[in-house]
Design a protein around this ligand. Structure first.
Ligand code: PHE
Length: 354
């Protein structure tokens, strides 16, 4: 038995000395200590020995096992060191490779359009004003001269919330026009404001989403009349759409908070596939406007003998769709990265060229 062990030790040592890499060393380790390994087999055979030989033989096999294990561990360490050193010598970093590009974030066309529109009006002297999305019945309807029987007030058209502390109905504002009231309550005329924001209506189909964006304008001064309104809107349309001979028309209409009221249409060319803005014989409605109704001014305690003014309101999604050829309203709110990469704007698009 002991002779066998001596022979095994010699064999193992011979094999070990011939090994030059850690992968072969791992295989040899399995050959020795694995389930059917040479030393394992010896350990298994102890139980078949006569009782008086077991202890001594067991001791001898364990000694051999420890000895070989120590040699293998040392060899592993040495080989690993060599292998790392070799790698460092032979591999190099290519510092001329270009870095991986960072993913650039994009600005949603809604944000872009709000920025473009407000900027044009800011250049005309309008100041930005904001109001709350959650409004009360008074600011959204009553103060704007919207009568109780008006369809916009119906339960199925508006999102009503719990009553507020004053027992008034709260709601999600159905347009940005309440910002007119809030501004008139807090600011003495003359004033010129442009108010972008969200609006909500209980509507959902291809051309309506329950939440959308509007931009409201209000100008109150001493001698303001309809021709100022027309001039202001004409200038805006030409600058926003960047088409010098763009046809713009004012079509008589009705809003409770303006008198007279008009809807603004711009010229376009429509066929089955597309709508092109410009001369073409067709018309597209882009906003509502009018001279502020005297009742609204009185509700806000404005001296109507001294002051009057005009107001207008436009839908942001529509303005973006028309200018940037976006055909489906719902796509604005689907958070589809592919769509945003295509229609979104880079931060750098907004830097003015000198
Ligand atoms: N508030 C109106 C709407 O939502 C738009 C509008 C604003 C019309 C100001 C006239 C004056 O349709």
């Amino acid at each position: 038995m002991f002779e066998n062990l001596k022979k095994l030790e010699q064999e193992i040592e011979e094999k070990l000395s011939g090994i030059k890499d850690s992968i072969s060393l791992s295989s040899l380790k399995i050959e020795i200590f694995g389930k059917k390994g040479s030393i394992t087999n010896h350990l298994k055979s102890i139980s078949s020995l006569p009782k008086d030989q077991r202890k001594q033989t067991g001791q001898a096999i364990n000694d051999l096992k420890n000895k070989i294990n120590t040699i293998i561990e040392k060899k592993f360490n040495d080989l690993n060191k060599d292998e790392i050193e070799n790698k460092l010598l032979n591999e190099s970093v290519d510092s001329t490779l270009s870095s991986r590009p960072d993913e650039e974030g994009k600005i949603n066309p809604i944000t872009q359009t709000i920025a473009e529109v407000t900027k044009i009006f800011q250049k005309m002297g309008f100041k930005i004003a904001l109001g709350p999305d959650i409004e009360d019945d008074y600011h959204n309807f009553t103060a704007l001269n919207i009568p109780p029987e008006h369809p916009a007030r119906q339960l199925h058209d508006t999102f009503y919330l719990k009553k507020n502390k004053n027992g008034q109905k709260n709601l999600l504002r159905t347009h940005t026009s309440p910002v007119q009231i809030r501004t008139l309550e807090n600011t003495k005329p003359p004033l010129k404001i442009i108010a972008p924001g969200r609006a909500y209506r209980a509507d959902s189909d291809i051309t309506h989403t329950p939440m959308f964006h509007q931009i409201e304008g209000l100008c109150i001064d001493k001698d303001v009349n309809m021709s100022h309104l027309k001039g202001c809107i004409l200038d805006f349309c030409h600058e926003y759409f960047d088409i010098e001979d763009l046809p713009v028309r004012f079509r008589p209409s009705f809003f409770p908070f303006t008198e007279p009221s008009a809807e603004v249409d711009i010229g376009c060319y429509k066929n089955k596939k597309e709508i092109k803005i410009g001369t073409g014989g067709d018309w597209l409605e882009i906003m509502g406007c009018g001279m502020v109704n005297l009742n609204v001014l009185k509700n806000c305690k404005v001296d109507t003998k001294k002051f009057q003014g005009f107001a207008f309101g436009m839908g942001v999604e529509r303005m973006a769709m028309l200018k940037y050829g976006i055909s489906d309203l719902r796509s604005f709110f689907e958070s589809d990265l592919k769509w945003l990469k295509n229609f979104g704007f880079s931060v750098f698009d907004n830097i003015e060229k000198v």
